[in-house]
Design a protein around this ligand. Sequence first.
Ligand code: GLP
Length: 243
Amino acid sequence: MITLTHNIESFDSLAADRIVRQIINKPDSVIGLSTGRTTGAMHRILASRIVDEDIDVSRVTFFGLDEVTGVDPTFPGACVAMLKNELIDKIGYKDCDFLMLPTSSLDFAGSCREFADELKSRGGIDFLVLGLGENGHLGFNQPGSPFGCTARVTDMDPALYSRLCAESGRTGLRGATLGIKDIMHARHILLVAKGANKTQIAAQMLLGPVTEDLPASVLQLHPSVEFLFDADAAALIPDNSIC
Ligand code: GLP
């Protein structure tokens, strides 16, 4: 299903509302979140709704899809710092479970395996929010990532790498991420994309071939996915595809 929103406010509140509905329908949901420019406001609205409407999240597991490695977890560009700041700290850290891939580890392969196993032991991913990279990446799964890949550490795209190195004063940063196979096992996916920098890639993701050269195109094969766009992101998608 493709949903088009008419302004940024309705985009953010609709996305937050999808998560609220998931929590109400299944109070022990395992919910995956993505960080970046697209999801910050959505997380803040979600936090306000949880607090203002006294929504019970005591049995919810929130987790982050991916993480920057080689930085301190308090670095503002770390996914854990963003999610804590935008959502988790605002709703009371202890009131829900919050799982992240590590920013540092002596054994990243083992840490990634443990993270994926922990999600499985909690019943698997019920609801996964995905952002869309400008080159079609999902999490840190860059173009060329095999559709069968699982949680691991990868390189990030050069633009993000340069920005995060400059901000953190470190080099050698990489990205820990759930793999495409893990993503495809989520029971329901909400892909969110807004802004003119996503116009081309959103259309290619939905209308182009399913190919490992464009990781997000794999979502065409997922049985339960909603694509939420603003008008800019949806500009090249034909009206008759949108409901
Ligand atoms: C980043 C993150 C993704 C995120 C995506 C979109 O690199 N690793 O998890 O969803 O790119 O980010 P933005 O919303 O800032 O465009």
